[in-house]
Ligand binder design. Structure first.
Ligand SMILES: C[S@@+](CC[C@H](N)C(=O)[O-])C[C@H]1O[C@@H](n2cnc3c(N)ncnc32)[C@H](O)[C@@H]1O
Length: 407
């Protein structure tokens, strides 16, 4: 592949030294690249494993529980490499690239007995195998599925890392560690198994939802035990979760003195053959590093773009920017109620700029900025839409009293 097309596929114009290290180690695994269509992925899998395995895997994906899928995926090294590692090779590469410098620093701050890292819910242990090779320290790859025993050692043989697999759940970590303290613990797609996300419907403000979790302070006892078992190791996680999940993790962490570190929250966009995936990367510590200094939603979606005429954002980043503006001059507040959902809209002034912020209780957010010259027409269009929607009987609505900060 030429340089230009490589740049286009990764969206990373200048590759960091760590990104290069991880990519070169990942190449030793010879797994499919997850940046392809499903058809391309099945074709590649058929070449590596045979048609019968593709059919069996598809059958399990449709019919069975995750455990039965793991029974198949973890049953041989080749299946694990293709179906578990290859299926999400791009996310894995980006996760390892994000974790590598953080782990290097955590290791450099710890003593000689703590020069190892633990991966929880490691599955086949590919992340351990890659990062162990990159850092030159041993990893323990812990997973409760019995078929993962021995897999990470075989994968580490290919990467040049040193990994020991242990069949155990993350809740058994105190027993597994038996008094030893790792420099860090990592987990990818596993923390939600014991710090559950309790989904709240009707959330107009993720920021306030996060604040409510922190105020209520009711973490799952299992995750509190977990933080106590790993203290004072740093914790690095990658989870696909709702924007307010960080509030639940922060609540569990706080009970043991853990906090999100400055710069330790980030949103990662990658892809697997079924399409784009978004993960939240999290770095928690209980000492050494400073706690994050901005609200958690803003930290997750940083760096936020600077407001300017024509800026249009959708999704949680729109809310993060709106709440980061501080007090704005509210010009008008409206609520439109459909049968299946409600929209709240604020028309506001921010310095020389004007804007509309929309939030629904169905997870939609939109923020648009206009110049003073564009504003009268933009506001007229917004009002016309609202009036027409109510006049036609499509939705009910009118003026709203609650300011955006209280949504
Ligand atoms: C979504 S997979 C992720 C595997 C691997 N981290 C990866 O990124 O490919 C979740 C893994 O968590 C493991 N798991 C389930 N319950 C667990 C628990 N209580 N503690 C640790 N791991 C668990 C499963 O066996 C499975 O291998």
């Amino acid at each position: 592949m030429g340089k230009a097309s490589r740049r286009k596929r990764t969206d990373v114009p200048v590759e960091s030294r760590d990104a290069k290290i991880v990519r070169q180690i990942m190449r030793r695994l010879n797994v499919p690249d997850s940046r392809c269509s499903q058809v391309e992925f099945w074709d590649r899998t058929a070449l590596l494993l045979g048609e019968a395995d593709v059919e069996e895997w598809l059958r399990r994906q449709e019919d069975d529980t995750p455990d039965s899928q793991y029974d198949f995926t973890y049953s041989t090294l080749e299946r694990a490499l293709c179906c578990a590692v290859g299926w999400r090779s791009w996310p894995l590469e980006q996760e390892c690239t994000w974790m590598l410098p953080r782990l290097r620093e955590a290791l450099s701050a710890r003593g000689p007995d703590e020069q190892f890292v633990v991966e929880i819910g490691a599955g086949p242990g590919a992340a351990s195998a890659v990062l162990s090779a990159a850092l030159g320290v041993p990893f323990l790859a812990v997973d409760p599925h019995p078929l993962t025993a021995g897999l990470s050692e075989q994968i580490a043989d290919r990467t040049g890392g040193k990994v020991t697999s242990v069949v155990a759940g993350a809740e058994d970590l105190a027993r597994v560690l038996d008094g030893r303290v790792p420099a860090a613990v990592i987990g990818m797609g596993v923390f939600r198994y014991f710090q559950r996300h309790v989904h709240r419907d009707g959330v107009f403000s993720y920021s306030n939802s996060i604040a409510n979790y922190l105020q209520a302070g009711r973490p799952d006892p299992q995750s509190v035990d977990f933080f106590q078992a790993i203290r004072p190791a740093e914790l690095l996680l990658s989870e696909a979760a709702c924007p307010d999940y960080v509030g639940e993790v922060a609540t569990a962490a706080a009970a043991s003195g853990y906090y999100f570190v400055e710069g330790g929250l980030s949103q990662m966009r990658t892809a697997i053959p079924t399409g784009p995936v978004e993960n939240t990367l999290m770095h928690l510590a209980c000492a050494r590093l400073s706690p994050v200094s901005v609200p958690l939603l803003q930290a997750t979606y940083s760096p936020l773009p600077a407001p300017r005429p024509g800026l249009h954002l959708e999704g949680p980043m729109a809310e993060a920017l709106m709440y980061s503006l501080g007090p704005v001059k509210t010009l008008r507040l409206t609520e439109l109620r459909w049968r299946d959902g409600t929209l709240r809209r604020a028309a506001f002034q921010y310095g020389e700029l004007f804007g509309h912020y929309d939030s629904t209780d169905l997870d939609y957010r939109r923020l648009t900025f206009h110049s003073a010259a564009e504003w009268p027409a933009a506001e007229a269009r917004a009002v016309e839409y609202e009036e027409e929607t109510v006049r036609s009987g499509e939705a009910q609505g009118g003026a709203l009293v609650l300011p955006v900060s209280a949504w």
